[in-house]
Design a protein around this ligand. Structure first.
Ligand SMILES: N[C@@H](CCC(=O)N[C@@H](CS)C(=O)NCC(=O)O)C(=O)O
Length: 240
C-alpha cells in the first residue's frame, strides 16, 4: 500500500493520475495548503521541502521498510521503475522521456508557477514580472507545441510519465489568457486525447479536482493564508 500525501493541485494530480494509470492501491491523505497543513513536523519527516505531493511506499521492491519520496518528478520515476511501466523500455526513448519529465519539473512547472504567482497572487501588479514569466511560459508552450507536432506523445509513440507530468498544468494557460485550442493546436490535440484516458479521469475526479479556491483568477487570500503560502509561516516550517 502507498500513502499519497495530496493537495488538489496540478503537481499532486500528476501522482494520483500515475497511481490510477498503474492501478496501484493507495490511501489519499489530503492537505489544505491554504490552512498550512503542509507545515507540520510530521510531514517534514516525509518531505523536508514541506510541499505536496509526497508518497510513502510501505512495500518497496528493494525491501527494508517504508520508503518516502518527494518531488513529483522523482515520484513519477519511482512509480514507473517500481512497476516497469509508463517509461519506454528502449534506452533511447527512455532518455527522451526523462528529458521531457525534467523539462517539466525544472522549466514549465516553476515558470508557470511564477507566472501564476505574479498574475494571481501578488498583492500589487508588477508589470515587468508578469511580462517576464508569461513570456517564458509562452516560450515553453511553443517548445511543447513543436514537439507535439512531430510526435504523438512526449517520448514518441508511447504515453509515459513525461505526459503525466505535463498534462495537469494545461489549465494554467487559461489564467494567463492563453487559449490552447487556437494558439497551440498540437498541444490541444494531445491534451484532449489524454483527458479521455480512464486512469486520468479517475486520477482527477471528485476530491482530486482543483477546487475554485485554488484556481481564482485573482486570488483573495486572508492574512493567514498568505502567510502559510508565501510568508512567515511558510519560512517557520523550515527554520532550524
Ligand atoms: N517541485 C515540487 C513542487 C511542489 C509544490 O510546489 N507543491 C505545491 C502545490 S502544487 C505546494 O505544496 N504548495 C504549498 C506551499 O508552497 O506551501 C514538485 O514538483 O513536487
Amino acid at each position: 500500500m502507498i500513502d499519497l500525501h495530496f493537495s488538489p493541485t496540478p503537481n499532486a494530480q500528476k501522482v494520483s493520475i500515475a497511481l490510477e494509470e498503474l492501478e496501484l492501491p493507495y490511501a489519499l491523505i489530503s492537505y489544505d495548503i491554504f490552512e498550512g497543513d503542509q507545515h507540520t513536523a510530521a510531514f517534514g519527516r516525509i518531505n523536508p521541502n514541506h510541499k505536496l505531493p509526497a508518497i510513502v511506499d510501505h512495500d518497496p521492491a528493494f525491501g527494508g521498510g517504508s520508503h518516502a519520496v518527494f518531488e513529483s518528478g522523482a515520484i513519477l520515476q519511482y512509480l514507473a521503475e517500481k512497476t516497469g511501466r509508463l517509461l519506454p523500455a528502449h534506452p533511447r526513448q527512455r532518455s527522451v522521456a526523462i528529458q521531457w519529465l525534467t523539462w517539466q519539473v525544472a522549466g514549465l512547472g516553476p515558470m508557470g508557477g511564477q507566472a501564476a504567482h505574479f498574475v494571481r497572487y501578488a498583492p500589487v501588479t508588477i508589470d515587468y514580472a508578469v511580462q517576464r514569466y508569461v513570456n517564458e511560459l509562452n516560450r515553453l508552450l511553443l517548445v511543447l507545441e513543436r514537439r507535439l507536432g512531430e510526435a504523438e506523445y512526449l517520448a514518441g509513440d508511447e504515453y509515459s510519465i513525461a505526459d503525466i507530468a505535463i498534462w495537469p498544468g494545461r489549465s494554467m494557460g487559461g489564467v494567463m489568457g492563453i487559449d490552447l485550442q487556437t494558439q497551440y493546436p498540437n498541444t490541444y490535440r494531445w491534451f484532449t486525447a489524454i483527458a479521455e484516458r480512464p486512469g486520468v479521469i479517475r486520477g482527477r475526479s471528485a476530491e482530486r479536482a482543483v477546487p475554485a479556491k485554488y484556481a481564482q483568477r485573482k486570488a483573495e487570500l486572508t492574512e493567514d493564508e498568505r502567510s502559510n503560502l508565501f510568508g512567515e509561516r511558510m519560512l517557520n516550517a523550515v527554520r532550524l
